[in-house]
Design a protein around this ligand. Sequence first.
Ligand code: AMP
Length: 593
Amino acid sequence: MRYRDLVEVYERLEATRQHSEVRTLLSELFRATPPQLLPSLLYLSQGLLRPEFEGIELGVGEALARKAIAQAAGVEDGQVRRESTVSGDLGVTAERLRSGQRRLEPLEPLEVEEVYAELRAIAASRGDGAQEERLRRLTGLLVRAGPVEARYLIRFVLGSLRIGIREMTLLDALAHAFADGSKAARARIERAFNLCSDLGWVAGELSRHGLEAMDSVTIQVGRPVRPMLAERARSLPEALKRMHGPAALEYKYDGLRVQAHVADDGTVRLFSRRLERIDAQFPDLVATLPAAVRRRPAVLEGECVPVDPDTDEIRPFQEISRRRGRIYELDRLQSEVPVCLFLFDVLLEGTDLTLDRPFPERRSRLEGLIAPGPSVRLAEQRRVEALGPAEEFFDLALSEGAEGVMVKSLAPESQYRAGARGFWWIKYKREYAEGLSDSLDGVVIGAFHGRGRRAGRFGAFLLASYNPEKDRFESFCKVGTGFDDAALAEMPGRLAPWSCADRPPMVDTGLAPDRWFRPGLVLEVRGAELTLSPIHRADFGAIRPGSGFALRFPRFTGRFRDEKAPTDATSSTELRRMYRQQVRQSAPGTGGG
Ligand code: AMP
């Protein structure tokens, strides 16, 4: 397959906003792709070279990309720099310079397979000559690329394709390309993906062996499972009511979610909620887990929290965030901020896929599997049926440093639902009890120049919720309050990787910020209440035609949600539910407020 044909599809995808059209374009593309090429094509279209959890980085920065563009176009470095300042997009600059060039004789067209192999080689280059090798290979590709190919190559290597086509859209297209496109077919494909988190591999299997192959996909130790997610409730009675019977209440620890894979030979891999490898940050857990697990292999889930080494008390979350992303000074940090992993689930034990068992069975398996110690323990749990004991347990949870409770279903259908958010798990946090409004996680999609004291800097940011049905990011507030000087100074750097010249196609808002960003950075905000607004687009038209949900008086809580991917942000449907709840509570005669 020619790379030119692939980028032609990218161009058409970029030009359309219609979900059904995107799906058709993609499923046609998949059907036309040779099966052996399909995995690479899936990765490339996600802006990846391998599934995200493998953490492969290309190692190409802007400076190197500029150099390669200059060499391929036969111009000075400075010219590329000047042009890209104007266009704001090095990809566009590469395209323009390529189109201005006349070739003496046509070069052999690029094949997708070749492009993929070269990009893998770029990522694999190590050691002294690595930079030169990367430059040589990238220049080699650019020399043979046509203008549009050059644009997408550069965008790819700079990581700005990353948000290109979302997983859910790709799954949909796969169901149409290789099955009947029904909801049932899509659910079977999605299940396979949720268990292995590798869309390229799923696509390859599906195209070669059909839907049946999806049903035999199982957890593999070392490959992360997409996490099960919780819904929320405004009150404990409401949460209990949703359980239709007895429920398990657990402490809701405020730390980092960790999925621990302990292999047969005792090798440990840890994954974050975003499925990134984090074992390098937690050598202490890597060392203690094999002994704490009585049977192997095992795949476990828990929350990693900083604890006071002298008293065992839970420490504030902020202390653990210092350990994330750190590779130096680990020894000092380990003793200053020791952690404890509070385990709450088991997805695989030996050869048993426990994930498909109801929660009560998983919990008793977990209890039998774990030999608790200072750094690996079981999440505190109590089974309750009545409100009284539930409230008592909630108070206990808060007094011991948890942020609330998780209310979990004990019903026969309470399997571990990988990758899904549902009412089998309901979170109930302290702030709800204190009558504070709930916090929301918004994705930054734009920024506004500051005035007065904030002149010369960003003064406010446009935040969006995620709408999984439309696979879009929809604005719900503009927030400038709550940023101290340090946070404000940090913002440009944090946003730089997501900067783009125009409104990204997957973003929907009625506002025109001074700068646009592709969805990447997630912030926690709190506000007074949700209202309807014609300029915001969250769940547009759901309550009133021409209006979306908006958060009144939003305020940044100071918390960057680095552990959340943009698609983990508060969803537009969650906003709808919160809005309905709010209306119910303020309705006369209900006594709520
Ligand atoms: P939230 O991030 O607010 O959506 O809350 C869900 C998160 O709570 C999960 O992803 C876990 O990281 C965390 N958590 C803390 N304690 C528990 C628990 N006992 N069971 C499940 N999740 C928990």
